[in-house]
Design a protein around this ligand. Sequence first.
Ligand code: HSE
Length: 357
Amino acid sequence: MTLKLALLGFGVVGQGLVEHLINHGEKVKEETGFEPMVVAISDFKKGSIYDPKGLDLKKVLEVLHTFGSLEEYPDSSDLVRDLDAVSTILQTNANTIVEATFTNVKTGEPALTHCKTAFAAKKHVVMTNKGPIALAFHELSELAKKHGTFLGYEGTVMSGTPSLRLPQTTLMGNTIHKISGILNGTTNFMLTEMETGKTYEEALKDAQSLGYAEADPTSDVEGYDAVYKVVILANAVMGKRITVGDVERKGLNTLSTNDISEAQKNNKCWKMLGAVEETAEGTIHAAVKPMLLDKSHPLAAVTGATNAITYSCNMSGEITLTGAGAGKSETGYALLIDLIHCEQQMKNQSHTLENLR
Ligand code: HSE
């Protein structure tokens, strides 16, 4: 089965995926047999193009870089323009939707509607949008299962660093009773900068100019971005059913420069940590807040925009994974690895069905 992809939203993340398909597609094909075809791209601002026989990806990037939109992509007898996102899901021959629209994390829209529409039309979905997964993970995975489709969401936590697939596949069989980590690059970067004497405002400005912070940095500095990730980890990795409102939250803006220098004097450091833990009584405690760590703590050494996560497992012990939490290449890779897994899962299912016949 060839995955025929429709990309909804063509910002940094979607372009990251397309660059990987152009630059690394051949190697990935040799290694895994994965050879997808991008048939449609629909972007609210840049325009929409659909060719049932497949788009020329080099041409797509060329026109985008030259004209800033997809309008100048060359016409052909098969080319259809101006399909909106829902029409792209319903009216194209794409069997897999790459959801990368700008999403409201409070409502999960429009991505939530896109996912539900795709599943009902028996199409797979991969995405890096935190909103829908934080708000409706169980509903979406049940819908995907009901329709025999695939839901990929690796990039919602730590971009291309496999913070979800590692515990879900490689660490399978363990009971993971606690997950904690540095889940937001902006605040970790700011703390590192503030330790060198910068003010909160200067550190935030640097984080914004380097592209780490979200468009509205409130979500980063007040801890909401990490709260969504904690909810995803609790629900998707630990199998719990918590919501955003269940997570205790305290922002980075509650720390003063004095708190930071006092910690340094005492050979300690502050880290904005996100954690979820199952207590001995079986209750769940989840929190995102600045926490004081000894300099010898493994997470104390994680500086700049780097993320890190520790899984406390009953059989394999504590395992810590460190890596990027954002970035065009990394987040584009998260989509790619979801797509490869999607195709492999579909192949395995059809082999199983054949064997049962
Ligand atoms: N703004 C986020 C961060 C990006 O700083 O980690 C990834 O969610």
